[in-house]
Design a protein around this ligand. Structure first.
Ligand code: CAA
Length: 259
């Protein structure tokens, strides 16, 4: 175990947590220890009503430069399965509350995949996204061949995964991989501003909207529209809906409880 924590957790605003990956000497390579700490934090917040949104960031040079390649020499198919690295990545994918990635510098391999598993990506101008795994004789193992083409389309995904060519923030924006590009000093600030805007809104509605948008990737349109209608009907029964409507009519901010 390293002396420095591999992730730092702060509470920059009520209901918001900021997670900073902290292995600057290894460009935040995703060691088993770092992935485990991240998964543990997220799993702990699943049912914690004091947490409504999470921002995930790295450092100035790297969001994360991928899986820790220095752990690879001893890894075999069996260790890959037994260490349940996939399960650690899944903890990010199954987190039910909004997760915003604030990316400066490299987001490569598993780092790009972690960012893609988040709900919104804000990129600093220095951000570089790539899937260079083929250089190591392997392929993206945590969504690069699946989430990336669904987001940027086949041609660019092929370029990134087969030629290992990274893309810069501007290109990531035009391809729809990121929501916004900011000066690098403002990336975390902007991500936190979005998180604060989200946590001021009704948590149940936010949660259901997130769930439905993620489901849209593998739900036929007709079934998705039905699910949307039924989910919305259910939300009409919540206290937060009563509060939101009353706040609008009374011209005041809503005070939402997630009930
Ligand atoms: N794993 C372990 N260590 C890493 C690392 C990684 N993925 N990326 C960088 N580092 C380490 C370097 O070894 C170096 O450490 P030392 O000083 O102890 O040698 C330190 O971080 C700084 O890196 P560089 O000196 O290489 O910095 P650079 O500016 O010259 O290059 C870089 C930056 C282009 C990002 C280069 O470090 C690089 O190519 N890194 C590997 C990127 C990669 O291949 N990622 C995919 C990994 S596989 C994967 O992620 C599988 C999966 O999907 C689950």
């Amino acid at each position: 175990m390293s002396e420095e924590p591999v992730i730092r957790i702060t509470e920059p605003a009520p209901f918001v947590r900021l997670v900073t990956m902290n292995r600057p000497g290894a460009l935040n390579a995703l060691s088993g220890e770092l992935l485990g700490a991240l998964a543990q934090a997220l799993d702990g917040w699943r049912h914690d009503e004091a947490v409504r949104a999470v921002v995930l960031t790295g450092g100035e040079r790297a969001f994360a430069a991928g899986a820790d390649i220095k752990e690879f020499p001893l890894q075999t198919p069996a260790t890959q399965i037994l260490e349940e690295r996939a399960a650690l990545f899944d903890a990010i994918g199954r987190f039910p509350k909004p997760l915003i990635a604030a990316v400066n510098g490299y987001a490569l391999g598993g780092g790009c995949e972690v960012a893609m598993a988040c709900d919104i990506i804000i990129a600093g101008e220095t951000a570089r996204f790539g899937q260079p795994e083929v250089n190591l004789g392997i392929i993206p193992g945590a969504g690069g061949t699946q989430r990336l083409p669904r987001t940027v389309g086949k041609s660019l995904a092929m370029l990134m995964c087969l030629a290992a060519e990274p893309i810069d923030a501007k290109r990531a924006l035009s391809a729809g991989l990121v929501a916004e590009v900011t000066p690098k000093e403002l990336t975390v600030e902007r991500a936190l501003a979005i998180a604060k805007a989200i946590v001021a809104r009704p948590p149940l509605a936010v949660r259901v909207a997130k769930d439905l948008i993620l489901r849209s990737y593998d739900t036929p349109l007709d079934a998705g529209l039905k699910l949307e209608r039924r989910s919305n009907a259910a939300l009409f029964g919540t206290e937060d809906k009563q509060e939101g409507v009353a706040a609008f009519i009374e011209k005041r901010p809503g005070n939402f409880k997630g009930r």
